[in-house]
Design a protein around this ligand. Structure first.
Ligand code: AMP
Ligand code: ZN
Length: 470
């Protein structure tokens, strides 16, 4: 498989260092609010990457994606809500898990929280190693990384030492630094903030140290195979992660760096701070299915920007419906002999699809291959040139495509799910039973009609009432 590596700015052949299991880290959500669909563009692209590595390339995966549950944003938001940091961030950890399931993301092997004790200890230990190697200084109780001690600083972002500016996410706090480019590793306690002491003095970790420490604690010594995230993390976050991990261990941190481009809205990056965000729930509330959103967010190459609109979401939905309608048609082919040309054509499409994916995750190209096959096979069915055995091969090919893109199975699951939550249906069946018992037949009938309008039909029998989809 070939992957574009931000570190070298070239597409390179990727093989895990041990030839078998990919050790991958991706920066997860800062859990001070519900993730927005821009965040999910990044998470979905990395999900397609892990699916490709597992199901297509046949590697094992050890994928860590963290929760940033302590930083200025989570601390301020929890204080405003009058909740403890843990209680507050828990809500968004759970919401994130729900959204991931809704969008069909494969569960990752590890999803650590920065504030887990073992992780905080690993951060403090890494700071200790950095100190032993002369990369830190202390000022007003906080510990800083001295950039001037690392000649290679800037190699990922390709910045020269002098040119580094204080960017949007550069730590622009009020702590005293000796050089404005230095960054904080451990922040001294401030009034009213959560605080820990594992050897760096009372305080809390800086954002960057969280990821370096958790990655190496959970994946083992560097270099790990792949590190990923959104493009905005290249500088300073990932540059600083490299400085910390490599400064502390003297070993390369990550071999491949994968960065996903922005999802925009109205020509601006979708971001919580700009306020131009939609959550997954917002999309569902407008009557769209999560499978359509997944399809849209993966359908543009991950290194190109994508501008969100409800029009293109509707187009994505229509494209996916075309696929599922086609598959229903294929399932309806029950007779007829096998045609070797169909088998050849399907085998070629499978090879082409794999080739597109292996070429730096060219999902749009792979979907193009899939639709070309769909078009030709639809014509074949029209002409009676697709037999039962051919249909099975077509189905197999689409199942293989879906292991990587994950949209058709998601759509099927949505279609099987009750149109409204089952507990609600059962509660209404009970209300109706009560109404009938006390001879309020008009009320009972209203319940039945309401459910029918929402896609649920009730069937009464001697043993009780059952529901089915309309
Ligand atoms: P955060 O919660 O801000 O730490 O972001 C979580 C992930 O979402 C990071 O990998 C970000 O780079 C990524 N991200 C944030 N906004 C966008 C966007 N508009 N498009 C794509 N990725 C984004
Ligand atoms: Zn990170």
């Amino acid at each position: 498989m070939r992957l574009f590596n931000t570190l070298t700015r070239t597409e390179e052949t990727f093989v895990p260092a041990d030839g078998k299991t990919v050790r991958m880290y991706s920066c997860g959500l800062t859990v001070y609010a519900r993730g927005h669909i821009g965040n999910f563009r990044t998470f979905l692209s990395l999900d397609v990457l892990r699916r490709a590595l597992r199901h297509q390339e046949g590697y094992g995966m050890r994928h860590v994606m963290n929760f940033t549950d302590v930083d200025d944003k989570t601390i301020n938001a929890s204080a405003q809500a009058g909740m403890s940091l843990l209680e507050y961030t828990d809500r968004y950890v759970q919401a994130f898990r729900d959204d991931c399931a809704t969008l069909g993301l494969e569960p990752v092997e590890e999803s650590p929280r920065a504030t887990d004790e073992a992780n905080l200890r690993a951060m403090a230990d890494m700071i200790g190693q950095l100190t032993a190697r002369g990369h830190t200084y202390e000022s007003n109780g906080s510990t800083y990384f001295r950039i001037a001690t690392l000649a290679e600083y800037g190699k990922l972002a390709r910045l020269d030492h002098e040119g580094i500016q204080a960017g949007a996410r550069v730590d622009s706090d009020t702590y005293t630094k000796q050089d404005s480019r230095d960054f904080v590793l451990w922040k001294a306690t401030k009034e009213g903030e959560p605080t820990w002491d594992y050897g760096c003095g009372p305080g809390r970790p800086g954002w960057h140290i969280e990821c370096s420490a958790m990655a190496l604690r959970l994946l083992g010594e560097g270099p790990i195979d792949i590190h990923g995230g959104g493009i905005d993390l290249v500088f300073p976050h990932h540059e600083n992660e490299i400085a910390q991990a490599e400064g502390a261990t003297g070993r390369q941190f990550a071999r491949f760096w994968v960065h996903v481009e922005f999802l925009n809205l109205d020509h601006e990056k979708m971001s919580k701070s700009l306020g131009n965000v939609y959550t997954v729930q917002d999309i569902l509330d407008r009557g769209f299915r999560a499978s359509a959103l997944r399809y849209l967010l993966i359908s543009v190459h991950y290194r190109k920007q994508l501008t969100f609109s409800f029009d293109i979401l509707a187009q994505a939905d229509a494209a996916l419906t075309r696929v599922t309608d086609f598959l229903a048609r294929v399932d309806g082919v029950t007779g007829g002999e096998a045609h070797p040309v169909v088998a050849d054509r399907v085998a070629r499409a499978r090879a082409d699809f794999r080739e597109r994916i292996a070429s730096d995750l060219n999902v749009p190209g792979a979907l193009g291959v899939m639709f070309e096959l769909l078009r030709e096979m639809n014509a074949g069915i029209d002409q009676g040139n697709v037999g039962h055995a051919d249909a099975a091969l077509i189905r197999e090919a689409f199942d293989e495509f879906d292991k990587v893109v994950g949209v058709m199975g998601l759509r099927r699951a949505e279609e099987l799910a009750p149109p409204i939550p089952e507990e609600e249906i059962l509660a209404l069946i009970e209300d109706r039973k009560q109404a009938r018992r006390i001879r309020k037949f008009a009320k009972a009938d209203d319940i039945r009609k309401n459910l029918e309008a929402r896609g649920v039909i009730l069937e009464d029998s001697a043993t009780g009432t059952r529901w089915k989809r309309k």
